[in-house]
Write a protein that binds this ligand. Structure first.
Ligand SMILES: *Cc1c(COP(=O)(O)O)cnc(C)c1O
Length: 364
């Protein structure tokens, strides 16, 4: 197996999924396990199923088709608004989708009729994050009623919202209550309960832990908090001590070790990506160059060296520069450096054709 290697500990992912699911179920909230952060790896979806999550979710139909073709029996959920051009596959392979355009939903109805299948939709409402979803209450209610009263094959499954993605808006009791109130209005008009009121993603978990999620919310769509579990502790001050934060370990090989100045020499302009980084002169430092680059990880500051005395200095497409001046370890050419990571590095490394993926089982 060639380096770089992304080592994925499936037992830790199972355990994280189980732990978070138990906490959610304790508040009558089902969990849709979102696999898109790890390129939809089927091995991960299988752990989600073992941990009894409610759905396997992704933004990419390709990943859900792989789930469909596996022995996984959990219902699948497309969490990106479907393209009109993918409706045939949507109806064929996916059970539930998040939607915000009646025009598209009507196309889904036609395709369902053609294939003799039903499809469940969750209508999205925009609580202010300004990505997907109806912005006006009257419009989401109108679409809900249209589906309920006019469509035969498309089933109104529920409503949902997404926060913190574009607008960085924090999920609160107040904005989620707005979603619940819309759900109640729809339920009163259709004379039945909606099956799903989906109150967001990983960033809604802090509210859950503080017992502040409105009672009516009965589903969350969670990826990061299960796979990596690093964001909530780091940025949201949430105690995640009962979750594993090292289910994903990236291992890269040292190809050069030299002592060099910390400030570039010559007239500075822009780097390989057109940016103008700031370089601080801290004198000569011992550095290692790793065979790993932006192409594999995105931004280098999304890596967390396991040796705490190593500092990530910079990167280009195919190289990563680390400072090893302060470490007590003795590193040689050919040695392997290990990193934990934030979401972006998982997203890129799990999908990079140059990164080998290695699964670990039963390691707790
Ligand atoms: C990606 C996504 C999620 C999952 O997000 P995490 O931060 O990984 O929990 C949930 N819902 C939607 C609509 C998404 O696009």
């Amino acid at each position: 197996m060639s380096y770089p290697i992304l080592e994925i500990d499936l037992k830790k992912i199972y355990q994280n999924a189980f732990t978070l699911n138990s906490k959610c179920l304790g508040q009558n909230i089902s969990v849709s396990g979102v696999i898109k952060g790890a390129n939809g790896l089927i091995e991960i979806a299988k752990e989600f199923e073992k941990a009894n999550l409610a759905h396997i979710a992704s933004s990419r139909i390709r990943e859900l088709i792989e789930v469909y073709n596996s022995d996984i029996t959990l219902p699948t959920m497309l969490v990106r608004i479907p393209m009109k051009s993918e409706i045939e596959n949507l109806v064929k392979y996916v059970d539930i989708s998040l939607n915000s355009e009646l025009e598209t939903i009507i196309e889904i109805e036609k395709e369902c009729k053609k294939q003799g299948k039903t499809h469940k939709v969750i209508l999205m409402f925009d609580l202010g994050d300004l990505r997907e979803g109806y912005f006006l209450e009257e419009n989401i209610i109108k679409t809900a009623l249209y589906i309920e009263n006019n469509l035969e094959f498309v089933k109104l499954h529920g409503i949902g919202s997404n926060l913190s993605c574009y607008g960085s808006v924090v999920p609160t009791k107040t904005n989620l209550t707005t979603l619940c109130n819309i759900a109640t209005k729809i339920e009163n008009k259709i004379n039945r309960n909606l099956d799903i009121i989906s109150g967001g993603a990983t960033t809604s978990v802090p509210l859950l832990f503080k017992n502040k999620i409105p009672k009516k919310i009965n589903n969350l769509r969670i990826g990061e908090a299960i796979l990596l579990a690093v964001d909530l502790e780091e940025f949201w001050n949430v105690d995640m001590s009962d979750m594993y934060k090292d289910a994903f370990i990236l291992k890269a090989e040292i190809i050069e070790i030299k002592t060099k100045p910390s400030h570039p020499i010559g007239k500075l302009f822009i780097d390989a990506f057109g940016n103008k980084p700031i370089y601080t002169d801290i004198g000569k430092r011992k550095r290692a160059l790793l065979a790993l680059g932006k192409k594999d990880i995105g931004d280098h500051d999304k890596l967390i060296p396991i040796d705490k005395n190593i500092k990530v200095v910079g990167s280009s497409s195919d190289h990563l520069i680390i400072d090893i001046e302060d470490t007590t370890e003795f590193y040689n050419i050919g040695d392997i450096i290990k990193f934990k990571m934030y979401y972006q590095a998982m997203l890129f490394s799990s999908a990079s054709p140059d990164v080998s993926i290695k699964f670990k089982y039963n390691t707790l």
